[in-house]
Design a protein around this ligand. Structure first.
Ligand code: MOS
Length: 749
């Protein structure tokens, strides 16, 4: 991988901390093992919980040998539907937008393989595991419902976490009827499972009616209310400590049943209890990306311009929830067309409920869309980049709004230049390497929305010239400990080393959710604003005090940097924070801030990060083996707070895109409904050997509308575009169009 991180020109003026390619401030803690993850906590007297999980996908549990489990040395308690004490909340209740029906042993019904059917608590992990095994469940099993055909289907009220299931603009049928040529294609993507490096874990401890949880969680303050609701205690009685997460990807934004049962066991037994998922248990109860079947109808005029674009997705969900992958939404915002239709429907499978998984909707939707667009370019006889430029959306196709900023043309140009795209032969199967392998070049457009959520922060400037700045933010591994601290330091006008940055604890001001690629903008915006608020209060003290060199500077303004306030018109007239506070007789001064969209422009613009990904693959013509030999991604995402970490996020997203294109797939046994490859040996994700040369280009973009700091997200966009780019490169290498992911060697033989 390329390790050189260029710093775009626009970032150099950003501030003394933000814009700098700082290394991770938590990096040494992590690589030395000093960082404490949830499962590393061992409070005194702690017990271990293990769930017994259904080995059928549909039916009923008709027998559990609870006596055998209880008789095992060290087993303290066995919770089943027969004895599980009442909870204060209805398992079907939805206290927040990421809450799904929670499996808390409410009955004997089995709805998916891997569903917890009992919880065994013991003095040791070994005893709990053996107790769970001794339960030896007996079942009445029914045939599991899987696949797209012959299962119950439904029209959803919403997809994703609340977006409308249907978007229609213009007349698609007329656009297709009047087209010079049309393209129709069906794509399929498989179920995928998040598989964060750190499996979900929880250590629950009660002290009277106060609950402390060590558990990785992407939305700390929001989750305190949800956990509290299960036990009838207010949110402020619940503390969540989540300083480090080994990945989340959306799966740690949900609350899953075994977490609630662990807390319940801790309450019943009046001892702390720990529960940690095994790797195989990650495949079922903690969310996944549903499978999709996606149908396109595309109309083109003589010049290769779209006359209609229709994208219809059917995706899988569980038998008891409605979350649907919003894949067709990927067609909303990319290509100019007079007629656009995006629709969704669902099919019910006997699986755990899917949920948001890194780039929900856009990942699978753009995999199909970018492949379909490549097919359209080929049908039009145009270079895929030229085709995309002819269909460039100057305004948002779905809403008609202007973009808050869109440097996609620059992404295309810079990515193509770095890749050498201009030398690409138009026809497939034209290039080989020296070893007789077929070589192909493909591209895809990347896009992800740029949301703002709600976050709060507090900044305390101290007389000794340091500051404490805090929010309940979440570092899933994306670098929040560093990027958020950079924004916090710039807010208070101090070097980052003079700032104590506090995060990862629900007792701090609500940092919102780390998800949707909106955390840096939202929590970072709150931190920066809190610092600015403290500086504003300090400024009021100085400009009103005739002993200050800043006296009377209220109209010309002051600038805060390096721990001093400077007159804007004469920076040599300055005073340190400490001097100002000391003269006012104060030890500290406090500010608060919020992260949110600027209300003035909130509804007026379509707001997205954009990018272009270029891929080279080499295909063995006899074995069908596909190697990705080069990936170049150019991305425009507003102001980049930390180019090193942003690049790292984008590399990671592109690697995930490679896995999506060629490797990832959960395979169900159709008879049992169990996932046959529920481990990291069988569920393939890219390893170093799968990834050849990669380049990330950060394209300059100033977005004056997206939020006060002009920051967009980079967490999810890297997957989008990459999958299609690789699939299109496979077509260009071989002339074979594979419309089912992952693309496997057998597909090319
Ligand atoms: Mo993400 S799927 O919003 O953690």
């Amino acid at each position: 991988m390329s390790s050189v991180v260029p710093m775009p020109a626009a970032q150099r003026r950003f501030g003394s901390n933000s814009g700098q390619p700082m290394t991770r401030r938590d990096g040494v803690l992590k690589v030395t093992g000093a960082a404490t993850y949830a499962a590393d906590n061992h409070p005194d007297g702690m017990l271990y919980a293990v769930t017994a999980d259904a080995t059928i996908a549909r039916g009923r549990v008709v027998g559990l040998n609870v006596a055998a489990a209880k008789a095992h040395p060290g087993v303290v308690e066995v919770l089943t539907p027969a004895n599980r004490p009442a909870l204060a909340m209805d398992p079907d209740a939805k206290p927040h937008m990421f809450a799904f029906r929670t499996e808390v042993l409410q009955d004997e019904t089995v709805r998916y393989a891997g569903q917890p059917i009992a919880l065994v608590v013991a003095e040791t992990l070994e005893a709990a595991s053996e107790g769970a095994r001794l339960l030896a469940p007996r079942y009445e099993a029914e045939t599991p419902r899987l696949g797209f055909d012959g299962v119950e289907s439904f029209e959803p009220e919403a997809v994703g976490v609340g977006s409308p299931p249907t978007t229609v603009k213009g007349d698609v049928e007329a656009g297709l009827a009047g087209a010079a040529r049309t393209v129709e294609a069906r794509f399929e993507t498989p179920p995928q499972y998040h598989n964060a490096m750190e499996p979900h874990a929880i250590v629950a401890a009660w002290d009277g009616d106060r609950l402390t949880l060590d558990t990785p969680n992407q939305a700390l303050v929001m989750s305190t209310a949800a956990f509290g609701a299960w036990f009838g205690v207010p949110a402020e009685n619940v503390t969540i400590r989540s300083p480090f997460l080994g990945g989340g990807f959306g799966s740690k934004a949900i609350i899953f049943g075994a977490q609630v049962l662990t807390i319940l066991a801790a309450k019943m037994l009046d001892r702390p209890v720990k529960y940690v998922l095994r790797r195989d248990q990650m495949f079922g109860p903690v969310g996944h990306r549903g499978a999709t079947r996606q149908d396109f109808r595309i109309g083109l005029d003589d010049a290769g311009r779209l006359t209609a674009l229709e994208h219809v997705t059917t995706s899988s969900t569980s038998s008891f929830e409605n979350f649907l992958e919003p894949a067709s939404n990927a067609s909303h915002n990319l290509y100019a067309t007079p007629a656009l239709a995006a629709r969704h429907s669902g099919v019910r499978w006997d699986v755990g409920t899917p949920g948001p998984m890194r780039a929900p909707g856009e990942a699978s939707g753009s995999a199909a869309l970018e492949s379909a667009i490549d097919e359209a370019a080929f049908a039009a006889g145009l270079d895929p980049l030229e085709f995309r430029l002819r269909n460039y959306a100057e305004e948002d196709p779905a809403s008609g709004k202007p973009f808050s900023a869109k440097a996609l043309r620059e992404c295309y140009a810079e990515g193509a230049r770095r890749f050498g795209w201009a030398d690409r032969p138009l026809a497939p199967r034209q290039m080989t390497d020296g070893a007789g392998r077929l070589v192909g070049w493909g591209m895809g457009t990347a896009l992800f929305h740029a949301p703002m959520f709600q976050a709060k922060a507090r900044a305390v400037l101290k007389a000794d010239g340091t500051a404490v700045v805090e929010t309940a933010g979440v570092d899933m591994g994306q670098g929040a400990w560093t990027a958020l601290a950079q924004l916090a330091a710039d807010g208070v006008g101090l070097d980052i080393d003079a700032v104590e940055f506090r995060s990862g604890h629900s007792g701090l001001p609500d940092g919102g959710i780390a998800g949707g690629s909106g955390h840096t903008a939202t929590a970072g915006g709150a931190l920066h604003a809190a610092g600015r608020d403290a500086i504003a209060r300090l400024t009021e003290l100085a400009v009103a005090d005739e002993r200050s060199p800043l006296f009377g500077a209220g109209n010309v303004g002051v600038e805060a940097r390096d721990g001093r306030l400077h007159r804007a018109d004469d920076p040599s007239r300055s005073e340190s924070y400490g001097e100002i506070l000391a003269r006012a007789g104060l030890d500290a001064i406090e500010g608060t801030g919020q992260g949110a969209r600027d209300p003035a422009s909130a509804g007026d613009y379509a707001m997205f990060s954009h990018g272009a990904v270029f891929a080279e693959v080499k295909v063995d013509p006899e074995l069908g083996q596909i190697r990705v030999s080069r990936l170049v991604g150019a991305f425009a995402a507003g102001r980049i707070v930390n180019p090193r970490l942003a690049s790292s996020q984008l590399y990671g997203g592109m690697v995930w895109g490679l896995g999506f294109a060629l490797e990832e797939e959960a395979v169900h046994d159709r008879r049992s409904g169990r996932i046959m490859n529920a481990d990291l040996a069988g569920y393939h994700v890219p390893v170093n050997a799968d990834v050849a040369e990669m380049d990330v280009i950060l394209v300059d973009e100033v977005d004056p509308h997206v939020n006060p700091l002009g920051i967009k997200g980079v967490g999810e966009i890297g997957i989008t575009g990459t999958v299609g780019a690789i699939a299109n490169a496979v077509f260009h290498a071989t002339g074979i169009r594979v419309r089912r992911f992952p693309i496997l060697p057998a597909d090319l033989l």
